[in-house]
Design a protein around this ligand. Structure first.
Ligand code: COA
Length: 214
C-alpha cells in the first residue's frame, strides 16, 4: 500500500475525525476521562462535536497540519503541530470547546466537563513546568491513525514531516504523550521528561532537542 502526505483543508475536518481520530482514541486516557459514559448511540454527537472543534482549529490556522491518504484518496491519519512562542497559557486542547464561528453544536450529553477541565489543567501545568522560559517550541497537538491502517508506517510519515519541520526551523519539540504513542515518539528522538498520572492512564511529557541538519 502506498500512502501520500498532503496539507489538511478545513473541509477535511469531518472525515479526519470520523475515520481516523474517533476510532483511534477510544482507549486514550483523555478520551475516556472526557466521555466516561460514551455508548454507540451517543457516538454521532461526539463525532460531530469533535469535528466542529477540529474545524475551528483548522480555521484559525491549518498550515501546521498534515494528513496521510491511501491510494484511493481516503484519509487514514493526520497530525497537527503548534508553535509555542512563550509559556503563556494556550491550553493543551486539540479539542477546544470555543465556538468562534458562532456554531451551535451542543456539548455532547456524555461529556464530563468537570473531569475534562481538571485533567486539562494538570496537563497544562505539566506543559508549563517543562516549557517554562523556553520559546519557539514546536508542540505536537494531535496525531491519529485509523486503526485499520496502524502499524504500516502512517504515524511515522506524519512524525517524519513534523520532525523535519522542527529541525529545518531550528525548534525543539514537545508532546504530552498518551501511552499508545510513546514508542513512536521515542523513535523520533523524543525523551520522557515528566509524567502526569490520571485515573485512566499515564501521560508522559516528552521533549526533543533540535537535531542539526547535515
Ligand atoms: C500512535 C499512532 C499515531 C501510531 O500510528 P501508526 O501508523 O501505527 O505508526 P507506525 O506504523 O509508523 O508505527 C507504529 C509501529 O508499527 C511499526 N511499523 C511501521 N511500519 C510497519 C510495517 N510496514 N509493518 C509492520 N509494522 C510496522 C513501527 O515499527 C511501530 O512499531 P513499534 O511502535 O511497536 O516499535 C497510532 O497508534 C494512533 O493513532 N494511536 C491512537 C491515538 C494516539 O494515541 N495518539 C497520540 C496522542 S499523544
Amino acid at each position: 500500500m502506498s500512502f501520500t502526505l498532503s496539507e489538511v483543508q478545513v473541509a477535511d475536518a469531518e472525515s479526519l475525525i470520523r475515520r481516523c481520530d474517533f476510532p483511534a482514541i477510544q482507549d486514550d486516557p483523555l478520551h475516556r476521562i472526557m466521555f466516561p459514559r460514551s455508548r454507540p448511540d451517543n457516538w454521532e454527537s461526539e463525532i460531530r462535536w469533535m469535528a466542529n472543534n477540529l474545524k475551528n482549529t483548522l480555521e484559525r490556522g491549518r498550515s501546521n497540519f498534515r494528513k496521510v491518504c491511501a491510494e484511493d484518496g481516503t484519509p487514514v491519519g493526520f497530525a497537527g503541530w503548534a508553535l509555542e512562542q512563550s509559556d503563556t497559557p494556550q491550553g493543551v486542547k486539540a479539542q477546544s470547546n470555543e465556538k468562534k464561528d458562532g456554531s451551535t453544536i451542543p456539548d455532547p450529553d456524555t461529556l464530563d466537563m468537570n473531569a475534562w477541565l481538571e485533567t486539562s489543567k494538570m496537563l497544562r501545568e505539566e506543559k508549563r513546568r517543562i516549557l517554562h522560559g523556553r520559546k519557539n517550541i514546536w508542540r505536537l497537538m494531535i496525531i491519529s491513525v485509523d486503526p485499520a491502517y496502524q502499524r504500516q508506517g502512517v504515524g511515522s510519515m506524519l512524525m517524519q514531516w513534523g520532525c523535519e519541520e522542527a529541525d529545518r526551523n531550528e525548534r525543539d519539540a514537545f508532546v504530552l504523550a498518551s501511552p499508545a504513542a510513546v514508542r513512536l515518539y521515542t523513535k523520533f528522538g523524543f525523551e520522557v521528561v515528566g509524567k502526569v498520572e490520571t485515573t485512566e492512564g499515564t501521560f508522559r511529557s516528552m521533549f526533543r532537542k533540535v537535531q542539526k541538519q547535515a
